[in-house]
Design a binder for this molecule. Structure first.
Ligand SMILES: NC(=O)C1=CN([C@@H]2O[C@H](COP(=O)(O)OP(=O)(O)OC[C@H]3O[C@@H](n4cnc5c(N)ncnc54)[C@H](O)[C@@H]3O)[C@@H](O)[C@H]2O)C=CC1
Ligand SMILES: O=C(O)CCC(=O)C(=O)O
Length: 523
């Protein structure tokens, strides 16, 4: 399947002469063919106008039709098979098994949202019948459902070229909600993006969707993304990337004449707590498993365990010895882009130069495109004196904070910023201290795990991949799991509308979906 480098604007391929950009092979830095078009202002206008034109049609399609569209995208992505995996490997440097799994996750997410549409629970349909003879005033008939917000802009993420990119979780949940999507592709994997956009384009044609339901446009700098976020027809933004990028887009969106929400997933260090009895009983196994999680995918997960906290003890020394050995033996791994590698090396160098931080281990040396794992320690007292080292270093670097007392550990927790995850390693004898920590962790993070590692996010109904700022923009939502659809919906109440005007899901009779009628849940 030959790549063209074209933009995809509402099912039309658009080629732009003038300076384009090329992907580079992550492992060698060699440029990859072809050159990709950079979107112009006219392209932004065309994609947004097409999305706006598609919105009333797409958002009013029966839920079944949208479900069939999502399933068609999933089928088309599966059908790309190795062509997709191989291009994604070249562009991202991520290994074959990881990308094969990510391809399956991507089509699986689309199918999960098709199921969600058929279930109809996300509509939160409520009916409160009128009581015309209520005293002292009649009660009106009120009916509520969630409706889609309008066109959504999605920024593809560099670290998940499939599952958080063109047809990733943000796109799947926005399309499921009934919102047309304009993707701003990530310049690190434009070929992968083109292949996936082609799959969506075929699904649009197969299922008869309005053309403007999907566009993919590229731009190597910030201009195209900024123009999209500023555009009046855009009603929400999905983003996964750096804290700087995410907060810049939040500011831009908030300063529009009509502000819009930015669902940005940014930085998280995912604290892991080693409670005393668990540490005592399995220090070595924990040390080894920690580094397995830390070095997975060269540490380029926002769920990476970047901070470990424990009380001083001989068992902690055993844990550290096992972790040190595992880091020292860890092979260097290709990182996603030269920029991400440089930022990682600068972060490690910053930690290495910081007073109070000790580098206890470094991974094996590798080629120029590879990052080396790094393990640091510091005392709880030093951390409390300067908590700035809790800022994310994106890659396989982690900091172990050795606390003298439980009070010191609790103080460290109180200084942490919002997180995607918090993990407890505990045995039965740790229950009391875990119960003390739990309310703090609920305030801190979106997902709390016991006896596991935060990397590897299960895509299910009960998942939360979100958390207080800066892990995400504000923590009231998730970007993984079916609840992600909520980000692109808003409630509308219909008061005393004639039945002929009511949406089918809110009419009397059996609508086949869960509803709350006069205060009672049905189905
Ligand atoms: N915590 C996490 O999940 C992740 C964190 N990162 C962090 O981001 C760094 C750079 O990686 P990237 O993936 O390139 O992230 P990035 O935030 O630099 O870029 C992501 C996307 O946002 C756009 N963008 C960024 N700033 C913008 C602005 N001010 N205006 C308009 N558009 C803007 C970029 O063009 C790109 O399409 C990494 O070194 C790492 O620190 C990256 C990926 C995931
Ligand atoms: O592991 C996952 O599924 C999600 C991780 C993620 O969102 C990220 O690294 O950006």
């Amino acid at each position: 399947m030959a790549l063209t480098g074209d933009l995809f604007i509402a099912s039309k391929r658009v080629h732009r002469d003038g300076p384009g950009f090329q992907a580079v092979a992550a492992s060698t830095g060699a440029p990859l063919e072809p050159s990709f078009s950079v979107a112009t202002k006219e392209d932004v206008e065309a994609a947004t106008a097409a999305a706006e034109a598609a919105f009333p049609i797409y958002s009013n399609l029966p839920r079944e039709k949208r479900a069939e569209f999502l399933e068609a995208i999933a089928e088309e992505i599966d059908a790309l098979g190795e062509t997709l995996t191989e291009r994604a490997m070249q562009e991202s440097g991520l290994p074959h098994a990881r990308l094969t799994g990510e391809r399956g996750r991507t089509s699986g997410q689309l199918r999960l949202f098709a199921k969600e549409l058929r279930l109809g629970e996300y509509l939160r349909a409520r009916i409160d019948h009128a009581i015309p003879d209520r005293q002292p005033a009649p009660k009106p008939d009120l009916r509520l459902r969630m409706i889609p917000v309008g066109p959504v802009v999605v920024f593809g993420a560099s670290n998940f070229p499939l599952a958080f990119s063109v047809a990733g979780g943000d796109t799947a949940s926005a399309l499921a909600a009934g919102c047309p999507v304009i993707v701003k592709g990530h310049s690190a994997h434009p070929g992968t993006s083109e292949l996936v956009a082609g799959a969506i384009e075929r699904a649009v044609a197969r299922t008869g969707m309005p053309a403007g339901v999907f566009s993919l446009i590229n731009g190597a700098g910030n201009e195209v993304g900024s123009a999209l976020v500023s555009h009046p027809v855009v009603k929400a933004v999905g983003f996964t990337g750096s804290r700087g990028g995410g907060t810049a887009l939040m500011k831009l969106a908030a300063s529009r004449p009509v502000p819009i929400p930015v669902y940005a997933e940014m930085s998280s260090i995912n604290p892991v707590f080693l409670l005393p009895a668990a540490l005592e009983s399995r220090a070595e196994a924990l040390g080894k498993a920690y580094i397995g999680s830390l070095t997975m995918g060269a540490g380029q997960f926002c769920t990476n365990p970047g901070l470990v906290l424990a009380l001083e003890s001989p068992a902690l020394d055993r844990f550290l010895a096992a972790a040190t050995e595992a880091v020292s033996g860890a092979a260097a791994q290709t990182m996603l882009t030269p920029g991400i590698l440089k930022a990682y090396e600068q972060g490690v160098a910053r930690w290495a130069a910081a007073p109070g931080l000790n580098q206890v281990a470094q991974g094996q040396e590798g080629s120029a495109s590879c990052g080396r794992a790094a393990l640091f320690t510091m005392t709880g007292a030093d951390f409390i004196a300067d908590p700035s080292h809790a800022e994310e270093v994106f890659g396989a670097a982690s900091l172990l904070v050795r606390c003298a007392t439980i009070e010191e550990l609790l103080k460290v927790v109180s200084l942490l910023e919002g997180q995607l995850t918090a993990t407890l390693h505990l045995d039965d004898a740790d229950t009391e201290v875990a119960a003390q920590l739990l309310p703090l962790l609920e305030r801190l993070a979106g997902r709390i795990l016991a006896n596991g590692w935060p990397t590897g996010v299960e895509v299910t109904d009960a998942q939360v991949h979100g958390g207080p700022f800066p892990s995400t923009a504000d923590g009231r939502s998730t970007s993984v799991g079916t609840l992600a659809i909520d980000r692109f919906l808003r409630p509308v109440a219909y008061q005393d509308l004639p039945a002929a005007l009511l949406p089918a899901d809110l009419r009397d009779g059996d609508a086949g979906i869960p509803r709350r009628i006069d205060g009672k849940p049905t189905l």
